[in-house]
Design a protein around this ligand. Structure first.
Ligand code: ADP
Ligand code: MG
Ligand code: ZN
Length: 617
């Protein structure tokens, strides 16, 4: 990640803080020094020189330090003292140094020790210990305290109502449209924004109102964040980015002040791009029923008014990204705010191939790598998945001690992402292996018989970490966008054919079919409720899709009686498909045996091998 640049405002704040801190530390340290000095002098009492000579005569002097201008006298320990207080220290006195030539003689006579103190401390060292060290110490303690405090409070008391948002500012994002592959439509609608940031005069001259913001909408991992950076990179303007959740704090009002700060900074640094990632965190519709959130509403209101308030001709463009556009407040989407919507959808076959091409740029490739093939096998994958696959493949090559990544690395990486890692240590017993093999071949054979073409990429009965005991990797020869009723029925037949094989060969049913059942049921349900493919309900829509870009949950919009009838209809479809699968497999039982035995022996067979045995009647 390129290094962030501290915003101008933040820098000023920092220097102010530092000066304030230095003043405090200076005052504290001087106070400390004065206190220490006075404490050390308090212990030493001044006496007259004559008193000193009397003391000397009486033998009460224990030790004398002769300094340039004074004598420092330590009283002799009193032998008669019965007080056994170990804390008691000898009294110390000082007196002016009278020009007394007999001083040393008198001291010698009384047997008192004396000397002149040698000044060993250098002034530099003294300065360090009395000034620099305490200041550093105070600074250390202070900043530690502040850090733990601000962590607890999420911003800290000093940050309250102040700008301390983690605004991520980049002078140059270093990302261009070339780094974003397979999103041609999205790029096309964003090029205008780039142009507008570049030469806004052109637009102003014609009298065109400049767009204020665009909302990037699409499933996770399709490159929304990347696109926003690319817009900034193409326009060569600074990039201010904040995640929606950064605005939402514990204190009401903090988010709003962050919005204000963000826009202030942006206008000061125009032209630039302000990017609010995951904007649904603040942009949620305000009229939601339960648990309305004051802080979020205030933040949203601030955002709305800032978006209205700033002068777009300065060249500030606001980009937002979300994968839940339907929850956004309507006010946010009206013209003059996020008036443009750029759909960043999952890439198609060609797009996936292009994205792979972007990501393998720095990877050392073997000559057998076929991107088209990988793209075919990754139907439904988003850009982030593909980036992940490339990396997994490279890691596998390293693990196997190669310095080049080959096709098998890629295909294994695809499987790892789809089905999890191979679990070589899980040992299935003989009968389990047999059942799993027949189950998987049942799927494959059903496809082959219905389509008359190579149905699968690969079949394996090596267990995987994500729970599958064996699995059949389907491989579409081309990408399909429109499916007919017959094709859907064929798919359901293929899904239930695994169980059908268990039934036909072993006359048993196992738990291995649970995922097949789930998928077959979902497909059949969609046929009835969404695609209008049942004779009973015809074109009536019974379910609608929510969260289209996330998990795509279906919500029923019908009466309960209808629901029950839908279930009957779904059951009819599935049972019909199952019967067909049983018939298909019975008719081809011999082929089923041949392929399954081969699979049991080899553990993994490819699509070509499958076809060879299948045709070898
Ligand atoms: P989003 O914000 O849509 O969830 P990101 O932009 O954060 O997704 O994408 C995550 C990563 O996936 C990117 O850093 C990039 O490496 C990769 N990626 C996603 N889409 C693309 C694409 N269209 N072209 C190239 N790389 C992509
Ligand atoms: Mg993102
Ligand atoms: Zn199955």
């Amino acid at each position: 990640m390129p290094t962030g640049q501290t915003p101008k405002d933040g820098k000023q704040n920092d220097t102010k803080m530092l000066i304030r801190f230095m003043l405090i530390a200076l005052v504290v340290t001087s106070g400390l020094n004065i206190f220490l000095a006075s404490a050390s002098t308090r212990a030493v009492k001044q006496i007259k020189y004559s008193e000193f000579t009397t003391m000397l005569q009486e033998g009460k002097v224990g030790y004398v330090e002769i300094e340039d201008d004074r004598l420092l006298i330590t009283e002799a320990a009193d032998e008669n003292d019965t007080d056994v207080n170990i804390y008691k220290t000898a009294n110390r006195y000082y007196t002016g140094r009278v020009d007394d030539p007999n001083l040393k003689e008198n001291l010698d006579k009384m047997g008192v020790e004396y000397d002149t103190p040698v000044d060993t401390s250098s002034p530099f060292l003294e300065f360090i210990t009395t000034w620099v060290l305490p200041i550093l110490l105070i600074y250390g303690v202070f900043s530690l305290f502040m850090r733990s405090f601000s962590k607890k409070m999420g911003g800290g008391p000093m940050a309250f109502g102040k700008n301390n948002a983690k605004i991520f500012a980049q002078k140059e994002t270093g990302v261009t449209f070339d780094d974003v592959a397979g999103q041609e439509e999205a790029k096309e609608s964003l090029t205008e924004i780039v142009d507008f940031l570049h030469n806004s005069e052109k637009y102003i001259k014609v009298g065109a109102k400049l767009p204020k913001g665009a909302l990037l909408v699409g499933p996770p991992g399709t490159g929304k964040t990347l696109l926003a950076k690319a817009v900034a990179g193409e326009a060569k303007v600074p990039f201010y980015s904040l995640s929606g959740s950064d605005f939402v704090e514990m204190f009401v009002g903090v988010g709003a002040s962050r919005v204000r700060d963000l826009f202030k900074q942006a206008v000061e640094n125009a032209p630039c791009i302000v990017f609010i990632d995951e904007i649904d965190a603040i942009g949620k519709s305000r009229d939601n029923q339960v648990g309305s959130n004051d802080e979020r509403e205030q933040t949203l209101n601030q955002l709305l008014s800032e978006m209205d308030g700033f002068d777009a001709s300065k060249g500030v463009v606001i980009l937002g990204a979300t994968n839940r556009p339907e929850v956004l407040d309507k006010a946010l989407l009206r013209p003059g705010r996020f008036d443009r919507r750029v759909i960043v959808d999952k890439p198609d076959l060609k797009g996936r191939e292009q994205i792979l091409a972007v990501h393998i740029k720095d990877v050392n490739l073997d000559c057998d790598v076929d991107l088209h093939h990988i793209a075919l096998a990754t139907s439904g994958g988003a850009g982030a998945d593909l980036a992940n696959i490339v990396n997994e493949a490279a890691l596998r090559a390293v693990r196997l001690g190669r310095d080049m990544v080959n096709q098998s690395d890629f295909m294994e990486a695809v499987e790892v992402i789809v089905a999890g890692k191979e679990k070589k240590d899980r040992i299935m017993n003989e009968i389990e292996r047999k059942i799993v093999a027949y189950h998987e071949v049942g799927h494959a054979l059903a496809t082959a018989l219905q389509k008359n073409s190579q149905p699968v990429q690969k079949i394996t009965i090596v267990p995987r970490t994500m729970g599958s005991l064996g699995y059949t990797m389907q491989m579409p020869e081309e990408e399909r966008f429109l499916l007919s009723k017959e094709e859907l029925l064929n798919q359901i037949t293929t899904l239930v054919a695994g169980r059908a094989a268990e039934e036909v060969i072993f006359n048993t049913s196992t738990t291995g079919a649970s995922n097949d059942i789930e998928r077959a049921t979902a497909l059949a349900r969609s046929m009835v409720t969404q695609y209008g493919m049942s004779s009973r309900f015809g074109m009536m829509g019974i379910e609608s899709v929510q969260n289209k870009y996330l998990d795509g949950r279906n919500v029923a919009t019908c009466a309960e009686v209808t629901s029950a009838a839908v279930d009957e209809e779904v059951l009819k479809i599935i049972n019909g498909a199952y019967e067909r699968a049983v018939v298909l497999l019975r008719e081809n039982e011999e082929a089923l045996h041949r392929i399954a035995l081969f699979l049991i022996e080899k553990e993994t067979i490819t699509g070509e091998e499958f076809m060879e045995i299948f045709n070898n009647k």
